[in-house]
Design a protein around this ligand. Structure first.
Ligand code: ZN
Length: 315
């Protein structure tokens, strides 16, 4: 039985306009829409899953686009940036590509000695693109416009902004087996998983910082990987023993989930690798149809009418 979390499974973000969200993530960043479904707790809202070709854990960025959502306010107690891995020699490609598409970006800057560029999604989420040697070993997906050689491969990591970092550091390190790596200025870096599963959590402390207000552009939660339900149960026990309050196991159709709030205020999830996104669509057709869990299938007409029609180009 593993006693270390083996990587990031997915990151889920709140958004506003579904079309702008789709156009940005598939059209500008070139991710694949691997599943188009609804928020299982609010089925009149889409749930978009973007990822690599097969939607593997570690590549999945998901969104709940509430069309009229107000923008979130950045602050403490949240994940403030999502970093994505690109191949080692792809930074110049992306900078020229963004320049050509008139997409604003910042950088290149450096963090932990590594160059990266950053940009904002349509709702203000900070996205960083970071050259990463492990990305070179992974197969890329092309939306037909972005060169497959340079496409985004997976999560590089994420940044947590916290009022007090020690309780969160203790949870990551002592309970979840996520190891401290190094410090760069105000950032402390923790490493999760190894080889192609490797991801980083950079933590920054703002002791007098304002608490974030959740809204469009805010990360809703970050999900960590468990191989299967047996491993997930082990984590549930460990987390309960640490004094936190994980939920029951919830069936999310493409994985099983437990959720709990870490001491700094960020919502954590532990999600299973199985069964994955190929459970109800084949590889060629991933993301093409609106998929509903069985409990909503009888209300399909009503649900489809309540969702904004989506013009898709790349799926
Ligand atoms: Zn989730």
């Amino acid at each position: 039985m593993k006693n270390k979390i083996n990587g990031i499974h997915h990151i889920t973000v709140l958004a506003s306009d579904p079309q702008k969200n789709y156009d940005f993530y598939t059209g500008i960043l070139g991710l694949r829409l691997v599943k188009k479904t609804v928020n299982f707790d609010a089925p009149d809202v889409y749930h978009f899953y973007y990822g690599n070709e097969t939607g593997e854990p570690g590549t999945i960025l998901t969104f709940f686009p509430f069309p009229d959502a107000r923008k979130g306010k950045k602050g403490t107690g949240e994940t403030t940036a999502v970093a994505l891995s690109i191949p080692q020699n792809s930074l110049d490609y992306w900078m020229s590509y963004f320049a050509e598409k008139a997409v604003d970006f910042n950088g290149p800057q450096k963090k932990f000695g590594r160059p990266y560029i950053s940009l904002l999604d349509p709702d203000g989420l900070i996205i960083e693109l970071v050259p990463d040697e492990t990305a070179d070993k992974l197969e890329g997906w092309s939306n037909g416009e972005i060169d497959k050689k340079h496409s985004i491969r997976k999560f590089f990591g994420a940044t947590f902004n916290l009022q007090k970092i020690i309780p969160t550091e203790n949870l990551l390190n002592e309970i979840m087996g996520i190891e401290y790596d190094k410090t760069d200025g105000s950032y402390k870096r923790y490493i999760i998983g190894s080889a192609e599963n490797k991801a980083r959590i950079d933590i920054i402390e703002f002791s007098s910082g304002q608490k974030s207000i959740s809204g469009a552009g805010s990360v809703h939660h970050i999900a960590w990987r468990a191989e299967n339900e047996t491993e997930q149960m082990m984590w549930k026990t460990k987390i309960t023993e640490a004094g936190l309050l994980p939920t029951q196991i919830i069936d999310r159709q493409y994985f099983r989930s437990i959720y709990f709030r870490e001491p700094g205020g960020i919502l954590f999830e532990i999600a299973t690798d199985d069964p994955g996104f190929l459970i109800d669509e084949d590889l060629a057709n991933l993301g093409n149809e609106l998929k509903l869990p069985t409990q909503y299938e009888s209300k399909r007409k009503q649900i489809e009418m309540s969702l904004m029609p989506l013009k898709t180009k790349f799926n």
